[in-house]
Write a protein that binds this ligand. Structure first.
Ligand code: IPD
Length: 266
């Protein structure tokens, strides 16, 4: 990585993610998913989420006190350096609760509003994706590229469902109409991992409505740097309204199809 600022941000993001991943792996009670009272497992996850975000923001602020933060658990500062960190301390919290392996720590660094570094660390898989704007995307240090685009009917498409009940009904309607037109659909439970897996060639495409910047910032850069196209509704970048990522030939068909199916409606 030639740019010294990006090199520094990448090193810090990788180290912060590694430390948070260790905290979450070691701190997860083995019986978390079957703990005795109804509320306690969720409370433990909330506590771990908060502890992870605190560790990450504390570590990054120690090294770069002028930077801003946006985190799922509430970190929100502008900073004065032009760099802002966008953090999901556990992406895939339901998987973390149940002991399913698809959860990740997601850290992106923006410089003057543009995402320049993305790290998605997946402790249960022993995998770390990272990407640097203009330099490429890697999985455990090996360069990754998205798959050559198949026709849509042979494409494996990931998606996710919002936690808002009314919205899920509409999302089910989109899946019902998309399912007969693709090879199959996956729902991993971590949008950050899904986006990286488009870059890593494990999915041909991914879409979801209702994501937050911390869910997609790092994974979006990994997908793009691996040669995938990403966006929102046609002509827009990925937003909370709609996030789409796919190998180029799949993207060209999937994005207008999602528009036709009304994938951003509630
Ligand atoms: C969630 C995951 C999930 C997606 C949800 C997200 P969280 O993030 O990315 O795959 O479907 O929309 O909210 O809450 O586990 O950080």
């Amino acid at each position: 990585v030639a740019d010294p600022l990006r090199r520094e941000l990448l090193g810090l993001a990788l180290e912060a993610a590694r430390r948070a991943g260790a905290l979450l792996s070691e701190g997860r009670p083995a019986d978390l998913g079957v703990a005795a009272t109804k509320s306690s497992p969720v409370d433990v996850v909330t506590e771990m989420d908060l502890a992870s975000e605190k560790l990450i923001t504390g570590f990054l602020a120690d090294h770069r006190p002028e930077d801003g933060f946006l985190g799922e658990e509430g970190a929100s500062t502008e900073g004065g350096s032009g760099v802002r960190w966008v953090i999901d301390p556990i992406d895939g919290t339901v998987n973390y609760l149940y002991g399913q392996p698809a959860w990740a720590v997601s850290i992106a660094a923006e410089h003057r509003g543009e995402t320049v570094v993305g790290v998605v660390h997946v402790p249960p898989r022993g995998e770390t994706y990272h990407a640097v704007l203009g330099a490429g995307a890697w999985l455990n240090g090996e360069r990754v590229r998205c798959r050559p685009s198949p026709p849509l009917e042979q494409a494996l498409i990931g998606t996710g469902f919002n936690y808002v009940a009314g919205r899920r009904q509409a999302q089910a309607g989109v899946v019902r109409r998309l399912l007969p037109r693709v090879r199959d659909i996956r729902r991993s439970g971590s949008a950050a991992i899904d986006l990286c897996d488009v870059g890593g060639g494990r999915l041909d495409g991914f879409y979801e409505r209702g994501l937050h910047p911390w869910d997609f910032a790092a994974g979006d850069l990994v997908a793009r740097e691996a040669g995938a196209l990403t966006g929102g509704r046609p002509g827009s970048p990925p937003t909370g309204e709609l996030t789409v990522a796919a190998s180029p030939g799949v993207f060209d068909v999937l994005q207008p199809l999602l528009e036709e199916l009304g994938a951003w409606h509630d």
